[in-house]
Design a protein around this ligand. Structure first.
Ligand SMILES: Nc1ncnc2c1ncn2[C@@H]1O[C@H](COP(=O)(O)OP(=O)(O)O)[C@@H](O)[C@H]1O
Ligand SMILES: O=C(O)C1=C[C@@H](OP(=O)(O)O)[C@@H](O)[C@H](O)C1
Ligand SMILES: [Mg+2]
Length: 182
């Protein structure tokens, strides 16, 4: 599989709570790739939490840093990249994402909400109506997530390991194998 991918990066996209960070770790291991999470890079570089960055720089400031980080990440190869759920919003980011293979973890809203109901680390969900907020973000972003190379539907019974396996099995369907010269 790694030879088939030829070092091309995998970018996981999808809503908050979709499992990008969790599944990304497992996929990286299976592919013999390094794992990076754009949120972790942002937080480490700023020496602040994502909540603090949103509070101080606003979403606009966060998106700018996120694009800068993505631009740096995509200069490397052999990476599995867990992105933040809103990375699809900036048009310029698609130019970076398309350097690699883009995989959308498509998770139903009830499951996203269940996973994030007690979470305090997603500033956009610190809202009086977190489920309504999740729904409106999902509606706004679904047409963007649909631009992924691969859509992986996820249900409540699937473990991160099963989802990683599903992605591994689906990758060949969107890769063009290179011609082997005899
Ligand atoms: N397949 C899964 N089954 C059960 N819980 C999961 C699964 N994938 C992720 N989670 C949990 O859901 C939450 C959000 O996962 P995370 O990987 O942080 O998502 P994302 O990076 O897409 O926001 C975490 O608490 C994680 O443990
Ligand atoms: O959907 C979003 O706009 C965001 C998702 C978060 O990452 P996860 O998708 O990993 O939760 C993080 O980047 C930030 O809180 C904004
Ligand atoms: Mg994440």
């Amino acid at each position: 599989m790694s030879s088939l991918l030829q070092g091309v990066n995998l970018y996981l996209i999808g809503m908050m709570g979709a499992g990008k960070t969790t599944v990304g770790h497992l996929l990286a291991k299976q592919l013999g790739y390094a794992f990076v999470d754009t949120d972790d890079i942002i937080a480490q570089a700023a020496k602040k939490s994502i909540n603090e960055i949103f509070a101080e720089a606003g979403e606009v400031g966060f998106r700018q840093i996120e694009s800068d980080v993505l631009a740096q990440v995509c200069a490397h190869t052999k990476l599995t990249v867990a992105t933040g759920g809103g990375i699809v919003l900036q048009r310029e980011n698609w130019g970076y994402l398309h350097h690699g293979l883009i995989v959308w973890l498509d998770v139903p809203i009830d499951l996203l909400y269940e996973r994030l109901a007690e979470d305090t680390t997603r500033p956009l969900l610190q809202d009086i109506d977190p489920k309504g907020k999740l729904r409106s973000l999902l509606e706004q972003r679904t047409p963007l997530y649909k631009q992924a190379d691969l859509r992986i539907p996820v249900n409540a019974t699937e473990t991160p390991e099963q989802i990683a396996d599903k992605i591994m099995q689906a990758i060949p369907s969107v890769l063009k194998p290179t011609t082997v010269n005899s």
